[in-house]
Design a protein around this ligand. Structure first.
Ligand SMILES: [Zn+2]
Length: 440
């Protein structure tokens, strides 16, 4: 048993009654929080003791939907044909990028995406992967890199018909292999990845269902009704909606991650609720793609989680920007959407269920994933206004701990050479962009 004491901390509890606990200590035993308090005078009980100098500590944050494969897109040349709608944006940008990714550029994408996440205090990511010409072994690859960073990872690779039967079958098999291999790994939650209803035929959907029935469905991870085009496609196929189509196939269960849900109908919300599945909201991506905004009604009925859809690594920024985006749509008063609750409560409940461990809070029995900040407030900081300081004042964390171990210590990575990761990512990005240009 390895017992570590982190002392002299200011614990922030974003969703509890008592939001600020000064001069407190946390004990981590084999990566789990076993004690919180101030009575830790006999230091001989611990293998390691760290005096954190009064730093503020938040639970490690969770990104409920991300695309690490898109990490080299920053600065990418604009497409030759300017997309005028959502589907064209997929065709001209993202479906070219995921065709061009190879082993080396995928590796660089994973590394730099995970590094940015950790530097933003994100310690658990539900990833939705796509590298259409590098499928076999790609999930093993992600798991290995995530483990090096100490990040807990949800895996899924997109199945889609858009590049033909062979690629669909490879992706399906890669999901199945990862589910069998990582099902009992405490740091990995393998899922069945589907791109979206509109890029899967009835035949492909039923093939996926048949396989899921054989392996005890661990949950699907799929984009749902992100743009109206997805809804229209389902109607054209004879269904009331995308959710109606997926539900008719028998593929939605309580562990499903349904991403976006912008164009849901009231019946769809009831189906998701009755199945107990998770809806994940990605506000900055939705705004960027101009697909619409998630209705306040949906947010009121379902326990919605929060993701970034590859748009950014930082969950505190996602909350800040989500609030601004929502306000910009309004003329009069709106039912207030509690975005901090999505991040700190709903995301924690979602991954705790999926990984079958307590994740995302600073409480006894939870995983010792801790994010620490040095912070000198410009204004009075107290119990009632601490969350304003978190969202308005906190910059990068000075220390990030996962599984009870420092991953970042005083702004420096412990096991990762940041310069090497960045240099490799810059080199690979140039090669990747050239490949994308060749695709046309
Ligand atoms: Zn997405």
């Amino acid at each position: 048993m390895s017992k570590t004491l982190f002392k002299n901390l200011t614990i922030i509890n974003p969703i509890g009654e008592s939001k600020l606990n000064l001069n407190t200590s946390i004990v981590s035993e084999d990566g789990i929080i076993t004690e919180i308090g101030s009575q830790h005078s006999d230091l001989s009980n611990y293998q390691s003791v760290f005096d954190m100098g009064g730093k503020y500590v938040l639970p490690g944050m969770i990104n409920a939907h991300n695309h690490l494969y898109s990490s080299l897109a920053l600065g990418m040349p604009a497409p030759r044909i300017k997309p005028v709608n959502f589907v064209e944006k997929l065709q001209q940008v993202w479906w070219k990028l995921d065709l061009a990714l190879d082993d080396a550029s995928t590796h660089a994408s994973f590394q730099v995406g995970l590094m940015s996440a950790l530097e933003s205090g994100v310690t658990t990511i539900m990833d939705h992967h796509s590298s259409q010409n590098y499928i076999d072994g790609s999930i093993d690859h992600l798991v290995k890199v995530a483990d090096k960073f100490g990040i807990r990872i949800g895996t899924a690779i997109e199945t889609s018909d858009r590049n033909g039967k062979k690629i669909f079958e490879s992706a399906l098999q890669e999901n199945i292999n990862s589910i069998e291999k990582y099902r009992s790994n405490p740091f990995v939650h393998p899922m069945m990845g589907l791109h979206a209803s509109f890029t899967l035929s009835d035949n492909s959907l039923s093939t996926i269902c048949n396989h899921l029935n054989e392996i005890d469905n661990p949950g699907i991870h799929i984009h749902v009704a992100e743009d109206r085009a997805d809804h229209k496609d389902a109607v054209k196929r004879g269904y009331r909606s995308v959710i109606d189509r997926l539900n008719s196939a028998g593929i939605i269960n309580k562990d499903s991650l349904l991403i976006h849900g912008i164009h849901l109908e009231p019946e769809d919300i009831e189906i998701i609720k009755s199945k107990g599945a998770f809806l994940v909201h990605c506000p900055t991506s939705n705004a960027g793609n101009r697909v619409g905004k998630l209705s306040a009604k949906t947010l009121g009925i379902l326990p919605v989680a929060l993701g970034t859809d590859g748009k950014q690594a930082n969950m505190l920024n996602e909350v800040n920007q989500a609030e601004i985006i929502r306000s910009s749509h309004l003329k009069g008063p709106d039912k207030n959407i509690d975005y901090p609750n999505l991040l700190f409560n709903n995301n924690s409940e979602m991954v705790s269920r999926l990984f079958n461990q307590k994740i995302g809070r600073i409480e006894i029995g939870y995983q010792a994933d801790l994010v620490m900040y040095e912070y000198n407030p410009n204004t009075e900081l107290n119990e009632s206004n601490i969350m304003s300081h978190v969202f308005g004042g906190f910059a990068s964390p000075s220390d990030v701990i996962t599984r009870g171990k420092f991953r970042i210590r005083d702004f420096e990575f412990v096991d990762i050479n940041k310069e090497d990761v960045l240099a490799n990512a810059c080199q690979e990005s140039v090669k990747l962009w050239k490949k994308i240009e060749k695709i046309g």
